[in-house]
Design a binder for this molecule. Sequence first.
Ligand code: CA
Length: 498
Amino acid sequence: MTQQPNIIFIMSDDHAANAIGAYGSVINKTPNLDRLADEGMRFDHCYVTNSICTPSRAAILTGTHNHVNGVTTLDTHIDNRMPNVAKHLKTAGYQTAMFGKWHLGEGKPHEPTGFDAWSVLPGQGLYNQPVFIDEDGKKVEEGYVTDIITDKCLDWLNQRDEEKPFFLMCHHKAPHREWDPKPEHRSLYQDDFIIPETFDDDYANRARPAMEAKMRIARDMRYEDLDLVQLPEHAEASSDWAYRDCVPDDPEGLKLICRVTGEAFTFETKEELAQFKYQRYIRKYVQCIHSIDENVGRMLDWLDEKGLADNTMVIYTSDQGFFLGEHGWFDKRFIYEESFQMPFLVRYPNAIKSGTVNKDMVCNVDFAPTWLEMAGAPTPNYMQGRSILPLCEGETPDDWTDLAYHRYWMNNDTAHEARAHYGIRTKRYKLIYWYNDDLGQPGARPDKLPPEWELFDLDKDPLELFNVYSDPEYASVVKEMTEKLDAEMLRIGDTPEH
Ligand code: CA
């Protein structure tokens, strides 16, 4: 009898599809991630139900939306007495392990459950000499975090019971802000990057939350994230460390010095400074991804060496997308495409044809039911997703959903001032309701904006620059999309706010 398939789930943090070769990246190369696409399937419409770290992780583990699992914001931690997919897989005979970023809370009520072995970062974790928590407590570990997480995975795999299938969650911290590449990767990608065509977006023709968000590279990205400090206007450019803690009196920040190298920079205009910040941001971001790519390569090599590649499903994804200068932004949180889309590459040679692409609508709530079907275990009634295994095998069921749902609850959060909203995307349209209300959610703050609607026609406007909600030509589309939204909220049991 063939053993149940193994499952390796590799998830990074804030890795946008636009920074993966297989998705057509123009800013970096990811040969090992691309192997998964070349030897497996690339999903082009995989979406997150709530575009921030903690809720996405809860949706993946439980197979439920955030109003059901209770993890709606960064400040609501998981109740680990709830059932989760690891517990069900253990029941189905699997060995289970979880290494890396957890971000669902610390301490007994929140730590990982359902795993035979686990070792996780507290909170966001550190890039260098990170602290890890396991059942014995906290310990500092030497080295670079992406390497260490992979080492932990491979150590566990090497000492597993070979008679049983395994389920391994490998959760990288990278490339989360603040971006700290491995020292030997800081010399990579020295050429200038292409600037996205919406970098200078003026947010006209949109609901106000786009304008209000504090996510602009030009204005809101912290200098310390880019290893920079501002020089006082009167100071000469110098490599002297004396300037490291200087208090800037140049509000435009047109004179900067690098904390690391002592290099000094002077800019003529704010636009020139914004482009410099973009280049520096993207450089550090893709340098962090380089280490992920290398370490995914190590995992794939291990599978080859052990002869396990054919009977192992390997997934690479990210907890959500990220803005890489599109609309002038960094960060995520929004249902806008760059943040909403999760990269999703899956290789499983026993069932998936190599080099295939799927364009159906899937979401992170679908992952747990997929793994349970792989294991030959039933999907419990409480789970709200649907197994994508038939899609992997090239057979989309006739009644497969035509939409993806998103809800962001953390209204007007302190750091980014992104507004609470929910909405749906179909292949052609995206409907968004900005209800802009904190609803008493932890980490959310009271309303400052009246509610607004947005509709985008993604065939005609893939960059999401023109809200056509009030355009009479789209009246029937608005009606149809609103009905779909209402029906989806009813189906999943979420509460409309209008
Ligand atoms: Ca994240």
